[in-house]
Design a protein around this ligand. Structure first.
Ligand SMILES: Cc1cc2nc3c(=O)[nH]c(=O)nc-3n(C[C@H](O)[C@H](O)[C@H](O)COP(=O)(O)OP(=O)(O)OC[C@H]3O[C@@H](n4cnc5c(N)ncnc54)[C@H](O)[C@@H]3O)c2cc1C
Length: 368
């Protein structure tokens, strides 16, 4: 690592007891370059400086630098061009893969699929996304009426095109759906909607390619991508428990949260049972409660409940928030602030907390 770009004295814990040095790094390896963030604290037992946190993100592959900034496309071909195509016509040919094939096929046009496609496009890799829904964003549009994202905007950026500073802290689901659709267009992503696989793809070891047949609005096309990315979501398939008597249920509706459209306006006096007690369950319980229903929540074991107001500070302060240390900006370019990236960021964060609460507070450095 070289070229330290910023060095500052910061609180490295959430409570502000532990001071340390924060470094924003430029990272160079044999395969590429990127950015990193390190927080160092001095161990008072031996005076050694130790890394409390180290994040790195690869931004560029050596020899395959992204097509942006000074490398951005020109957009126009000046002079005389035979068979000139305007941008719109060229986009249709590209999007339809007329006379050519994608190198990468991505299944799923949620945040994960869009992120992968945007990154691959910037590396010059031909890529097609398919999604079973009619429009990009329907995965959010089709969720319950009252849904507003549970994580704040600082946490949810997509690469290259962050949410503008006018964006609300918590994003309503239909607003996110529209943003995903706009993102796909702005980034010129090739997407076939109402499309899904007809069968399990087969792989030819000799060609090192997949054979994949896609059904798109009733028409079929077989493609031979080198890579298939499954971006179908970690919570896409509803898990509905089987319980005795369910078939005889005579109530208004019995459904999984993914099929729940919202409490009806005339829910006054209804008895509602919500099975499960995580975020969707609380949203649904609240929706019914606000409409006058009597709500019972069923849970298997105890739950840790924290308010959004306090919890977000504990979990995210200093990283994801107004005036955060810039970690999102560093990681955003690598697409690490969404889907799986979120999970790893969360893991890192809880590791930090574990370390913190297992006694690192005792290591007080001399900074004031
Ligand atoms: C109620 C709720 C609230 C949430 N709040 C947040 C939040 O605040 N912040 C956050 O980061 N995350 C939140 N999540 C998690 C959220 O689902 C994921 O972060 C995000 O949607 C993951 O994106 P993804 O692209 O991996 O999957 P998804 O968004 O699930 O996208 C998968 C896509 O694949 C498509 N697909 C699936 N199977 C096929 C197939 N066989 N053929 C073709 N297409 C297919 C689907 O139609 C869908 O469009 C929430 C989830 C729920 C349910």
């Amino acid at each position: 690592m070289k070229n330290n770009q910023a060095v500052s004295v910061v609180s490295v814990d959430q409570r502000g007891y532990l001071k340390g040095i924060q470094l924003i790094l430029t990272v160079s390896t044999d395969v590429g370059s990127g950015r990193g963030l390190a927080k160092l604290v001095q161990d008072e037992s031996d005076g050694q400086w130790k890394a409390y946190t180290l994040y790195t993100a690869l931004h560029n592959l050596e020899g395959h630098e992204e097509i942006l900034g000074s490398r951005r496309p020109n957009g126009v071909a000046h002079g005389t061009v035979e068979d000139r195509k305007c941008w719109k016509d060229a986009r249709i040919i590209e999007q339809e893969f007329v006379g050519e094939e994608p190198t990468v096929l991505i299944i799923g046009a949620g945040q994960g699929g869009l992120t992968a496609a945007a990154r691959l496009r910037m590396l010059g890799v031909k890529c097609l996304i398919i999604d079973k829904n009619e429009s990009v964003g329907d995965n959010w549009r089709d969720r319950y009426h009252q849904l507003v994202l549970h994580d704040p905007v600082y946490y949810d950026h997509l690469p290259y095109l962050p949410f503008p500073p006018t964006w609300p802290v918590f994003t309503p689901k239909d607003k996110l759906a529209d943003w995903l659709e706009a993102y796909a267009k702005a980034m010129d992503l090739n997407i076939w909607t109402s499309s899904t696989l007809t069968d399990t793809p087969t792989y030819s070891s000799s060609d090192r390619k997949w054979s994949v047949t896609i059904s798109r609005n009733g028409a079929f096309r077989t493609l031979h991508p080198k890579h298939v990315i499954m971006a179908t979501g970690h919570s896409g398939e509803p898990n509905v428990p089987v319980f005795p008597g369910a078939a005889d249920f005579k109530g208004d509706r019995l459904c999984h949260s993914s099929q729940f459209s919202g409490a009806k306006a005339d829910s006054q006096g209804l008895k509602i049972v919500v099975v499960g007690c995580c975020n969707s369950a609380h949203d649904i319980a609240q929706d019914y409660y606000e409409r006058g229903a009597a709500v019972t929540m069923v849970q298997r074991s105890s739950t840790y409940v924290m308010t959004s107001e306090n919890g977000l500070g504990v979990l995210l302060r200093g990283f994801y928030g107004e005036g955060g240390v810039g970690l999102p900006k560093i990681l955003m370019k690598a697409g690490l602030t969404c889907s799986r990236g979120l999970a790893s960021a969360r893991r890192c964060r809880s590791d930090v907390s574990r370390y913190h609460f297992s006694g690192v507070e005792k290591i007080t450095s001399g900074f004031s």
